[in-house]
Each structure stands twice: as C-alpha cells, then as structure tokens.
Design a protein around this ligand. Structure first.
Ligand code: HEC
Length: 190
C-alpha cells in the first residue's frame, strides 16, 4: 500500500474514533439533562393530585412545569423544554426538526419499539449560527397522565373547565395509555 494513503487511512480512522467519543460524551450528558425534569414533575403532580385532585394539580403544572424547565436550563447550560404534536402550552409547538423527530418516534413506537426508550440525537448545522447538539426523548402516556390528557370519559367536568379557561387552544387530550404525549427536547451550541 502507498505510504501516504495508509497514513490517510489511519488519520481518518483516528478522527472518526475521536469524534465518536466526543458525541458519546455529549449523548450521555444529554440523557442526564433530559432526565432531570420528568421525575421531579411527576412527583409534584402525584402529590398535588393526592392533595386536591387533578383539577387543582393543573394550576400547579401550569406554573411548575415551565419553572422546572427554566431551572434545568440555567443549571446545565442546555436549553430545556417540552414539545408535542398536539400541544397544550402554546409555546410547546415543535420546530421543523422536532416535528420530524416526533413523527419518527410515533412510527418507531408503532413498529414495536418501547415508547420509554425512544430517543434521538444529532449534531445539527445551522448555517451562519454554527453547530448545535440536539437531543429528544419521548414522554409516553402512563396511567396518571390520563386524568388530564386522556379521552373525554377520563376527564372530570372540573378538569375540562379548568383546561378550557387556562388553555383555550388545548390539543393535548384524547390520548390513551402507551401513546406518545410528546418529548423532552434539549439543545446546546457546539
Ligand atoms: C394534573 C393534570 C396533568 C397531568 C396528570 C399530566 N399533565 Fe401534562 N400537562 C398538563 C398541563 C396543565 C400542561 C401545560 C403545562 C404548561 O403550561 O407548560 C401539560 C403539558 C404537558 C406536556 C408539554 C407539551 C404540551 O402539550 O404543552 C407534556 C409533554 C406533558 N404534559 C406530558 C404529560 C405526561 C407524559 C403525563 C403523565 C406522566 C402528564 N403530562 C400528566 C397537565 C397534566
């Protein structure tokens, strides 16, 4: 083999390995960051539902969910939020990249992948604005979610009227167990 060609192959292999490691570290970090909010939010929801029922827990979620995402962003340097194809919070509309990922998650879940492990990561190039590492993790519908996101028969009259007044354009109802409610979405400039 020609010497310089062999060197080139070695360099390419080394470079590929290094960049895989860099991405691997980022992926591990992204997984951690994306896992910060859901357990805390679930705990608050569970406590509030136990205390005052789902209708009163809506008001807590309304305030606490955005607060927790903001705190996680400030703590980690990643931009942390939630998105959904059928959003409740008017700000939870996915951008083009997030929409494509959410649609892909739905397809992967329909093809039998476990909704609890669906994730996607990518180093995205934003032209002049440089590169950004983006990561999403699916949020599946569990039993506790149904009282506020389920089909009409699962929602109390009180829940319906509270949702109506806080979220007049709410699209986040009608879900059944195991469906994908949305995803955590996080991003960080590279
Ligand atoms: C007590 C009612 C309640 C329960 C229970 C509940 N949610 Fe929500 N959910 C809300 C409210 C209210 C919002 C809007 C919060 C906001 O304004 O950011 C919301 C928003 C969301 C969002 C952000 C996207 C959007 O549509 O705005 C996701 C994702 C979500 N919920 C998933 C879940 C999942 C998964 C569960 C079960 C583990 C769950 N929720 C349980 C009330 C609830």
């Amino acid at each position: 083999m020609h010497h310089s060609f062999k060197n080139l192959l070695i360099t390419t292999a080394l470079f590929a390995t290094t960049s895989t490691f860099a991405n691997e570290a980022l992926l591990l970090e992204a997984r951690n960051v994306a896992s910060m909010v859901p357990p805390k939010l679930l705990q608050v929801l569970t406590e509030e539902i136990a205390k005052g029922g789902p209708a009163s827990a809506i008001e807590v979620c309304n305030v606490k969910a955005p607060q927790m995402a903001k705190a996680a962003s400030e703590q980690t340097g990643w931009m942390v939020k939630r998105v959904s194809l059928q959003n409740r919070n008017p700000k939870a509309v996915p951008d083009a990249w997030e929409r494509a990922v959410l649609e892909d998650f739905d397809k992967r879940a329909a093809a039998g992948e476990s909704p609890t492990t669906l994730e996607k990561s990518e180093l995205v190039s934003n032209g002049d604005k440089g590169k950004e590492y983006r990561y999403m993790r699916a949020l599946p519908v569990g039993n506790i979610c149904l009282a506020c996101h389920g089909t009409a028969d699962k929602l109390s009259a009180e829940v319906k009227s509270k949702l109506q007044s806080l979220y007049p354009n709410d699209k986040a109802v009608g879900y059944t167990l195991g469906q994908l409610r949305g995803a955590m979405t996080i991003r960080k400039p590279q």
